[in-house]
Design a protein around this ligand. Sequence first.
Ligand code: GUN
Length: 291
Amino acid sequence: MAADLILGKEVAEEVFVDLRKRIDALKAAGTLPGLAVILVGEDPASQVYVRNKVRKCEELGMRSVKIEMPASTTQEELLAKVAELNADPAIHGFLVQLPLPKHIDEKAVINAIDPAKDADCFHPVNVGKMLIGEPDFLPATPAGVMEMLKRRGIQTAGKHAVVIGRSNIVGKPMAAILMQRGVDATVTVANSRTENLPEITRTADILIAAVGKPGFVTADMVKDGAVVIDVGTNRIDDPSSPKGSRLVGDVDFEAVKEKASWITPVPGGVGPMTICMLMANAVRAAERASR
Ligand code: GUN
């Protein structure tokens, strides 16, 4: 039997209903929640992501500030901009869109962000707080996956969750959240050197793919009835598409959907949840600042 789809747009709308109420409450108390996004250079994919973040912010009635800096920006200039936003009381949360141009030290920039304004939850202080189960914020993509599981009634306690990928943005925080008390999954984190990967993934009740390889998860790697979450966003050539390319996930969707109980498509699955949870972090930052 084919799996049920978990659609990010639908789950995000459910989250936005709650966020709109919190934004209205903040405004009624005299705080207009503000999110700023810094974009350095002209990476086309980053430009699209940033545009979408700004648009969503405006749609929700929040203050939205887009700061565009040229690719030639020096590290000092970027750090000065970060310091400026750290000190700006009208900006409750902000992020620096990654990747940054090669001459800029990404780590130094993330470390310079005030942890209280770290909308991405990339600062080591926030990563540490998340790991010990006392988070102020959660990173947007894994938090979005958790929201999808929760709002579709998918049980995590006692279940075996296998995360393929160990990036700082997705794999590691995903594993950290799944293992928390209250979530209570048994977690395996696989990487590109994992031996006997299909054997391991076939034991997954919840399989989360975040490897960045199109079609990496094939049907033979999936247990009947598993929940399959595809975090991959890979652009592949497709001469039949008007753009000449299209977006695919890490999962062989057509084959795996016949085995899974729930599955997220790409596009339209996890993607819309990332912006949604970023907005949730911005609202939370404003709430914390106005207490
Ligand atoms: N680039 C790709 N994803 C992200 C993200 O979640 N945050 C930032 N700052 N940059 C990104």
